[in-house]
Design a protein around this ligand. Structure first.
Ligand code: MN
Length: 295
């Protein structure tokens, strides 16, 4: 089988034909195996396939919601196969995501490095003028330009800020110049989550939401004890339940119009990270289903 064939319509969750019809599915998984601007450890281009392969072992049934969200239809699309510069990638992704939004499907991008989110955020902002981009990440990603490109993975939230409001959670690695520009009211640092005795940090986020939200999940936002396979495994990250509780609260407050899971960098012999990422996608979809998103 070729790289492309592995992303057949039923690839995510290993679904039978009647649950992954490209026309009838409520959810469209868009793999974007792109890794051109990462600076240290390469391999995020292997992320989408690892997530899709691991998803065959994820139970359809979601214990917390009691739902099988795949019954809404989840189709896995042909991947975006592109190795050129990130500004051109953003245009391609923007076009693909615009088409999905027009077809009333929920776009779910699997990265790839974080620059794959830029086109998706732009497409959602074009359709929803009141968009907030909610970022879960160890890094601020608010540099205006990095390595000569404004579309570098380190610039994702600077580009998001141009077309939407932004909210940041889990941040614990920024440079001093970035720190000066971070909007403290719209950013919850990882140490604030860790030292919080309650969910008041979630209140801070939810209070700022607008009616439509795009969710971008850089897997390094989680603690590396849960997901070690990222390019930059920063210690002190979020737990599974912290992230899912946040997403539940967000899903009940606003309409999540799309989301992505990026920066999985598979390591030989380590399978937990890809499985956690695949389970995360199914959990977020289940939470959205429980919130009435697909009714
Ligand atoms: Mn990151």
């Amino acid at each position: 089988m070729t790289f492309k064939d592995k992303f057949h319509p039923g690839a995510f969750l290993d679904l039978p034909d009647d649950m992954c019809d490209p026309d009838d599915s409520a959810v469209a998984i868009l793999p974007v195996p792109y890794d051109a601007t990462s600076t240290w450890r390469k391999g995020a281009d292997k992320g989408p396939l690892a997530i899709v392969e691991a998803s065959s072992q994820v139970e359809w049934y979601d214990v917390e919601t009691g739902l099988e969200v795949c019954r809404r239809g989840i189709t896995t699309l042909h991947p975006v196969l592109f190795e050129g510069p990130p500004d051109a990638l953003a245009r391609i992704v923007r076009s693909r995501v615009s088409d999905l939004l027009a077809a009333r499907k929920l776009p779910v991008l699997l990265g790839g490095e974080h620059s794959v989110s830029i086109g998706a955020i732009q497409a959602c902002a074009e359709r929803y003028s009141d968009l907030t981009t909610l970022q879960i990440d160890a890094h601020g990603d608010t540099r205006e330009v990095y390595h000569d490109s404004p579309y570098n993975h380190a610039c994702v939230m600077a580009r998001a800020r141009e077309v939407s409001k932004i909210l940041q959670v889990g941040i614990r690695a920024v440079e001093a110049s970035e720190m000066e520009k971070i909007d403290r009211a719209r950013c919850v640092f990882a140490h604030e989550v860790a030292r919080s005795r309650d969910d008041s940090w979630i209140d801070r986020i939810v209070d700022h939401l607008t009616p439509h939200t795009y969710l971008t999940i850089d897997l390094d936002g989680f603690d590396p004890s849960l997901i070690p396979a990222t390019g930059t495994p920063e210690p002190g990250g979020l737990t599974w339940y912290q992230v899912l509780t946040l997403i539940e609260r967000v899903a009940h407050r606003t309409t999540i119009v799309g989301f992505d899971v990026v920066e999985l960098c598979p390591q030989a012999g380590e399978h937990a990270s890809a499985f956690v990422a695949a389970k995360l996608v199914n959990r977020v979809l289940s939470v959205l289903d429980a919130s009435g998103r697909f009714d």
